[in-house]
Design a protein around this ligand. Structure first.
Ligand code: SF4
Length: 326
């Protein structure tokens, strides 16, 4: 097997706060995280990151990156391959940090069916687990302390709901050369960006908001309780008219919403400034009860039949079909 390369392991970090003063980290949101620690982050010398890099350098396929190997084994385009194709992250091994996958505090105003208390304070409250989140928020600490941010060229915010608090603005204010920065968000669409954010975004190289929408109207509200479609759809329409902001849709598909995909595609297609190339579909985590893994053979056939309508979406169509067949 030939040697593989991933730009993320040499240029990117994802830090997740696990409790007050401690965090775990990995090169990207998909790779396995390190054991939680309260040590200051050292991008170059961190043992978990070094182990992953060493394995790549010696021609191996680190088990921490199983998500990508799994996709590639099944003929799907992995995140690793997408990063190489997009060519935004440098393709060398210089260990200059240029990308941050930034995990905001797990504060969220929704209890989405596909999410859990790790990422949503609303789920944590519902499950009687809010003390961990209260502790994190009350004792907010600089989990990026120790990272050299002067060469950052791309920040990808996820959460929690990243636009619910000012945390994303605080990070953007710390980054030099915002004019060279590509900024991306995964947002549930319920929070219209603040004036401060809009002003910062005007200075950036590019801004892309990916809206997590898995159905429209009542179907949206059933999957993303207690968000309201009227408010979310109005926000998206308004943001779609802002010149320097590109929007996308990230639809998370599972047993519950295969038949809502067409309506959602149609809704986005009607927006005046929307490129269907920016409509992405991801599948629900395979351990989740709504995953295709838990569908019967008959359901799987019906789902595959419905999804055959979407063959023009070459970026994800095959990937989703093969996730049904697995
Ligand atoms: S999980 Fe994939 S994208 Fe992430 S570091 Fe590993 S190979 Fe790269």
């Amino acid at each position: 097997m030939s040697k593989v390369f991933c730009p993320m392991v040499y240029h990117s970090i994802y830090v997740r706060r696990t409790a007050y003063g401690s965090h775990s980290l990995s090169p990207c949101t998909l790779a396995d995280q390190s054991t939680p620690t309260s040590d200051k982050i050292d991008f170059i010398n961190d043992k978990h990151l070094i182990d992953i890099r060493k394995e790549f350098s010696s021609g191996g396929r680190p088990t921490a990156c199983r998500s990508c190997w799994d996709d590639e084994t099944h003929g799907r385009t992995s995140a690793r391959q997408q990063h190489i194709d997009r060519d935004i992250i440098p393709s060398d091994e210089s260990l200059i940090l240029t990308n941050i996958d930034y995990n905001t505090l797990p504060l969220c105003n929704a209890k989405c069916v596909i999410c859990d208390s790790t990422f949503s304070s609303m789920w944590a409250t519902a499950n009687g687990e809010s003390s961990r989140i209260i502790d994190l928020v009350k004792n907010k600490y600089d989990h990026l302390d120790g990272l050299e941010l002067s060469s950052i060229k791309r920040v990808y915010f996820n959460g929690g709901e990243p636009l619910l608090t000012n945390e994303h603005v605080e990070l953007l204010q710390r980054v030099n050369n915002i004019s060279e920065l590509d900024i991306l968000y995964n947002t549930n669409g319920s929070c219209y960006p603040s004036e401060q954010a809009l002003n910062l975004w005007k200075q950036a190289k590019s801004v892309t908001l990916f809206f997590s929408i898995d159905g429209t109207g009542d179907r949206f509200e059933e999957t993303r309780t207690p968000l309201k479609w009227k408010q979310v759809s109005e926000n998206i329409k308004k943001i779609n008219l802002i010149k320097n902001i590109r929007i996308g849709c990230t639809y998370t598909i599972g047993r519950h919403n295969v038949y809502d995909l067409q309506d959602t595609v149609d809704w986005f297609e009607k927006l005046p400034n929307f490129d269907l190339e920016e409509f992405y579909v991801h599948y629900v985590d395979t351990n989740h009860s709504l995953s295709f893994n838990n569908a019967s053979d008959t359901e799987k056939l019906e789902f595959a039949n419905e999804l055959s309508k979407f063959s023009k979406f070459t970026k994800w169509h095959q990937r989703i079909l093969s996730s049904i067949e697995d």
